[in-house]
Design a protein around this ligand. Structure first.
Ligand SMILES: CC(C)(COP(=O)(O)OP(=O)(O)OC[C@H]1O[C@@H](n2cnc3c(N)ncnc32)[C@H](O)[C@@H]1OP(=O)(O)O)[C@@H](O)C(=O)NCCC(=O)NCCS
Length: 484
């Protein structure tokens, strides 16, 4: 497909919104290098109207396809490392066997979204008018394109998501019929599966669309799905914990504002917290359970809805996303047992008792990280700024002083430092969102941004169905006994 052809196709295919006047005529790029002719053409087109995300993606895909072709040609036969028997038994820890474009996790530095650290994202991604935290719309743009969007582009994306946000009445009824005792994550997964009814990709596949066009339908599904999540999760929250009435989405407001509103929260600091929360929980490279599940299921050409539902089911496990629910439960129990302002010694004893009972200390440890999770630090900084005197925040900080030492002394955990879940719950508690069982749902909304951005690329790059090789213990014994 030629560049100009891709532009006209993009205009034809893209979701049209009559929205805002462009603020900027240039496109800020992070790490992209373009031939002068292409850059010139982009500038020229920009002079009239900023590109939508889909239009920009149409331009980037052929370049990336070529880049991947070159990488495979040049490095395809090279090894990424050894695989040992321990690794195969040990949850594949350390096996480098996935390509994931949106983010890379460094054990010491933490996550980088397209080469930007969390703190760089907080500085560089567009914020809302009057706000400071990054808008998750901007993060999604960054994950999909590798570029920092303009404020104007983010506004158009916010408007596009709001415009796509309604959910079919049968999905509303399905949610309404769930018993309040059904965990919010199960309701979330059910509703996302049901949204599959309207999958563009699924319909296109059935009608025999050319595989070169798969990504376009996956893109439309991803955009629809992300857009519909506030109505899905808002309804779940209102049904279980409130009066079941769901307020409408405001078409001229950003995603986090609408999510806060639908949950029933209008405090501007809470909206800012959601913006930060949705940004930092979005992506954590490709090997974690929710990301890898999405990739695996999607690789069978399952559509984005059922792939994301599978991802949510993985996120709902207590060693993964559900840990944030476990953390707050554990902290509240600790407070109820030893008081709101315990001595360091008493906290230490409490932590030891948890370990002696055979449980993990939730919110600490990580399969890849070997330092304090920068997502923890970002939330800590938010707390210092917005709620420095909150007693639970103080307890979290006290735990940070004590838990790593105890875990080191305990001697098992490879990483004694806190992860993202160690801090998120107390922030939500502060603003009155006290329903712990609901916390992983917010994590799930955020995770949609990372995994769906990748799923678009999976189809654009034509990645094949995943099929690693497995062995039985008997075969392992045989293989190595023969070589003794
Ligand atoms: C995140 C987690 C699942 C990573 O698992 P992992 O990669 O297997 O971690 P490690 O290699 O450090 O585990 C080695 C041992 O230390 C234990 N360990 C790890 N983190 C621990 C913690 N926070 N408290 C107590 N023990 C812990 C493991 O259970 C394991 O014990 P075992 O040998 O008896 O099975 C683990 O650290 C954990 O369970 N943390 C608490 C739950 C949590 O916060 N999850 C959210 C992650 S973002």
């Amino acid at each position: 497909m030629t560049f100009l052809h891709s532009i006209s196709r993009a205009s034809f295919n893209s979701f049209k919104i009559v929205a805002f006047k462009p603020l900027s005529t240039t496109l800020p790029l992070t790490r992209q290098i373009y031939p002068a002719t292409i850059t010139g053409a982009i500038r020229c087109l920009h002079a009239s109207k900023p590109k939508t995300l889909k239009e920009r993606l149409e331009e980037l895909i052929p370049q990336k396809q070529e880049e991947v072709k070159q990488v495979k040609k040049e490095h395809g036969a090279k090894s990424l490392g050894n695989v040992t028997v321990d690794m195969a038994y040990g949850g594949m820890r350390g096996i480098k066997g996935l390509i994931w474009e949106g983010s890379v996790l460094d054990p010491e530095e933490g996550i980088e979204f397209k080469n930007l650290t969390i703190s760089e994202c907080r500085q560089k991604l567009p914020a809302a008018d009057g706000g400071e935290e990054p808008l998750p719309e901007g993060l999604f743009w960054l994950l999909v394109t590798g570029e920092i969007p303009t404020k104007e582009q983010v506004k158009v994306l916010s408007a596009e998501w709001a415009a796509r946000s309604s959910i079919p009445s049968f999905v509303e009824e399905l949610i309404d019929r769930c018993p309040n005792t059904l965990h919010p994550m199960s309701q979330f997964s059910l509703a996302v599966t049901a949204l599959q009814h309207d999958s563009n990709f699924s319909k296109a596949y059935q009608s025999g669309v050319n595989k070169n066009e798969y990504w376009q339908y996956v893109y439309e599904d991803a955009m629809d799905l992300i857009s519909k999540l506030p109505n899905v999760v808002g309804r779940i929250y209102r049904n279980i914990y409130k009066d079941g009435k769901v307020p409408p989405i405001e078409l001229d407001k950003d995603y986090s504002y609408n999510l806060a509103k639908i949950l029933g929260y209008s405090d501007k600091d809470f909206v800012e917290l959601l913006r930060l929360y949705l940004t930092i929980h979005s992506d954590h490279e490709g090997g974690n359970v929710s990301a890898h599940t999405m990739r695996l299921v999607g690789s069978a050409l399952s559509d984005p809805y059922i792939s994301f539902a599978a991802s949510l089911n993985g996120l709902a496990g207590p060693l993964h996303g559900l840990a944030n629910q476990e953390v707050i439960r554990w902290i509240l129990k600790m407070r109820d047992t030893i008081g709101e302002t315990p001595s360091d010694e008493t906290v230490k004893e409490y932590v030891w008792n948890t370990l002696k009972s055979g449980a993990v200390v939730p919110g600490y440890g990580h399969a890849v990280l070997r330092k304090t999770d920068p997502r923890y630090t970002a939330q800590y900084e938010f707390a210092l700024k917005h709620l420095p005197n909150d007693p639970l925040v103080k307890l979290v900080s006290q735990l940070y002083k004590i838990v790593p030492g105890v875990l080191l002394e305990h001697g098992k955990t490879k990483n004694p430092w806190p992860n993202v879940d160690a801090h998120s719950g107390v922030l939500l508690q502060h603003f009155g969102l006290v329903e712990q069982n609901y916390y992983t749902v917010l994590f799930g909304v955020s995770r949609s941004l990372g995994v769906l951005a990748q799923l678009i690329w999976d189809r654009a790059l034509g990645l094949p169905i995943e099929r690693p090789k497995s062995y039985s213990t008997e075969l392992i014994k045989k293989m190595f006994e023969e070589h003794k």
